[in-house]
Design a protein around this ligand. Sequence first.
Ligand SMILES: Cc1ncc(COP(=O)(O)O)c(C=O)c1O
Length: 1018
Amino acid sequence: MPEASPTCSTQVADQTWWATVLLKHYGIQASLTPLDGEYDLNFAVHQDGGRTHVLKVMRPGCETSLIEVQCQALDHIAQHGPEVVVPRVVKAHDGSRFVSAADRDGEERLVWLITNLPGRVYAQTSPQTHSLLREIGATLAMMDRALEGFAHPALGRDIKWDLRRSGWIRDATGLIDGAGRREIVERIVAAFDDDLLGRLNALPTTAIHNDINDYNILVDASTGEPRLSGIIDFGDMIDAPAVAELAIAGAYAVLGQERPVAALAALVAGYNGVRPLSDEELALIYPLVLTRLAVSVTNSAIVKREKPDDPYVTISEQPAWAFLETNSSLAPDWVLSCLRGACGRAGHPRSDAVMGWIASHRGRFAPMFGRSLHGIPVIDLSVAGPASPRNPFDLDPDDLDDAVAEAMGGADIALGRYGEPRLIYTGPEFRRAPYAGSHRRTVHIAVDVFIDAGTEVRAPLDGIVHAVELRTSPLDYGGVAVLEHTTPDGDRFYTLYGHLAADVITRLAPGQAVVAGEVIALIGDRAENGGWTPHVHFQLGLTTLGRGADWPGVADPDEAAGWMALYPNGAALLNLADEETAAVTVATDAVLPQRRKRFAQNLKLSYRRPITLLRGYKQFLFDQDGRTYLDGYNNVPHVGHCHPRIVAAAERQNRLLNTNTRYLHPAQVDYAEALTSRLPDELSVCFFVNSGSEANELALRLARAHTGAVDTIVMDAGYHGNTNTAIDISPYKFNGPGGRGAPDWVDVVPVADPYRGPYKGTDPEAGRKYADHVRAAIERVQARGRRVAAFICEIFPSVGGQIIPPPDYYRHAYSAVRSVGGVCIADEVQTGLGRIGTHQWGFETQGVVPDIVVLGKPMGNGHPIGAVVTTPAIAASFANGMEFFSTFGGSTLACVIGREVLRVVDEEALQARALDVGTFMLDGLRGLQNEHAVIGDVRGSGLFIGVELIEDPDTLEPAQRQASYIVNRLREHRILIGTDGPHDNVLKIRPPLCFTREDASHLLDRLAAILREEPCRV
Ligand SMILES: Cc1ncc(COP(=O)(O)O)c(C=O)c1O
């Protein structure tokens, strides 16, 4: 933001005039286009090869020293920091760095020319990644280092964007609309006056750019990963403390970021890696970021008064207000802990001293319960631990009581771990937003001791009561006390005791001294301790955050490092080794190399940054740290991951019996009845197997037995399984990498794809025309002197790209196949059981009845169940004497689970929900299609949805890179979808059917944001 000056003019550019000046003084024949510039004129210089230079025409009366300082600084950087990309000054014919030329009004102006740098401004860069911010930080540090020896008299000038002069806004806050907003700025300016200014003035000064705003950083995103391509506009350079440079850049780095502190930490870490910051500089960064933003919004308030009708002012101040309104009350200690952590330092300046003293006294603290805690049971409440709640969205306190009691195994005392990610914190106060799947706090940053309510709690060491409260909200602390302690060297720290009996507020009072071993409270019962199984939450803290007893006891896993540095493991105060209370974390880093060692390389892993998943519930999944992921992809858990009814049915049956089909059991017939009752009457005989592959194998055997023929017609890009014959009928495999082409008994017909195929959806005859290819295949079989055994295809081709074939296709195709005695097999592995919303099965949408239906994936909600259902006649042909037996197929357990899945589908009306939510999602996706050229087609039915991405609407060139980008970016937003189609350019959305409209909105919202990012542009 340039200096405001009454002498500046905002004269309109006259490109032709200045092009003549450029030719005259620099010998460059070029066309000019105006660039932004508040006071001076800036022109982009275009020659044949594109944009080459920037011509800068200063305001009339501009002092030469203002250009001199910039020219010299740019030269200095080029010489002392050549790795920092800044414009070069181009000399005029006469060898000077700037010339004087009259404008059209005859006023003399200073004119200079610099080289053009590639890239877009950071403000228009999306996404603004942390790695880019790290690079910006490192580059600023290099630049500041290069500028260290640079001096010029103009650097001493007085400008209002000097952070040390920020106090000027004090008298202007009255111009800010809204009491809340005014109060934020007043608070910031008071802190600046009281504390910051003095500390800033105590720092040495050096030449700095002083205006690293989001329009002065250039970024090149052409290679996919955005990289810094240059720094421009040195017009506000001054001598100031170097930390001001970083704080100004930080004020822009935090804007629009979902995790602004992490973004700031990335910038600071990049800077510190090159030019190490002192502890004091680190401590000043965040308060200065707030100061800079306060100056910026106050300045906007002034400009708004001057230009009340300019909507741009309100728009441009919006990100700063958005940040200040949500983040200005962030705990400064935590922010500093994050910044220090990012720079490899202990999170709190007192950390080392306090923790050193505590560790050296381990074993000598008064026992909190009058006894040793060594060797007592430890309750595993981790994400996948045995005491993890059944419903990770709604903790049932009885459930937790039972789990803890079971884990205690009759003991009267047990520990709960520090740093353990847990899914027991289910109240809305633990979530970032009301949406169930939003980020939540899971990591326990204290140690628990589970023990009977009413047990006395003793202070481990001398202290003074800092705070005592009764916090009565559900899942809060109930009775809670904080003691303040001081080491012999005067280093302060605190201990917090949560879930105490309510009478703690009468036992203790702030300021009261307590001595080691003194009873300070009793353990609370569920009625008074926030509703928890009786225990004490014992937390060591280096700070109270100035919030009395209102400490966070649980941290968001993505922010846990900063919190854990402020609230370290208090094991030593319990006279325990740190390992005795430390969380046992899943070594996710070790899983990947182990997997590579133990499995073949063609076992594919989803996402560039793979996810470890330990827990599922309905449409959500959880990783090892308890991060929630919305599952928009997995159709196997048809009624929802770990649906309680399916889990209960499986548990019950596992206790009773699980054996095979050679014995009578009502569950088998019950399941077969339930399944066939959902199918047309003709399809009445079931075979139970364990997978879709096995079911397809069997279906082919049935067809061959019935027809006496072998030759099979398949649809291109189809997939039917991983066994030998299933691969033989899967063009997706035999024509894919490593495939050996179609066997001589297989004929491939084109995918009946109304978007990419030869006959488009607009053609009313498309279905028949695609079916004509089936006729042609039949003729090819006959020409070989053979007969057709079967026509098999996925009713809605899934790996083919989530395709809905045109109407009548199956009517024509099936009648052609049947006319020569062939059997029609419908692979409904992906589509069955209500997923498509309008119907239970895909074939019903086209009014056909197959001869054999193949089922798999969703049937067992994750339990391996496959089935073939056919007509009595075909079953009779197959019953030729050879026994059919599948050891696990139709096991008692499988039948019980499969039956329960059907009940849940019906009782939870999941087919209707698939239709409702799917239609909502399709509408939303079509809305996005209207806005984004990359979306070529949106198709689907119910919750079977495909979004085809293209580079070009005429050629339909597949946009595979964008599809991969979107899927990986959604993964970063913790939403799982996949890609499919022969070109891998189709977004595949096929969630569990319990998916809600709210989930769909969340997905659409995130997808919309990603589609606006640079790599999605076509
Ligand atoms: C349409 C279709 N049929 C069959 C199969 C094979 O099923 P499974 O992996 O259970 O063997 C799949 C698997 O993805 C499939 O999508």
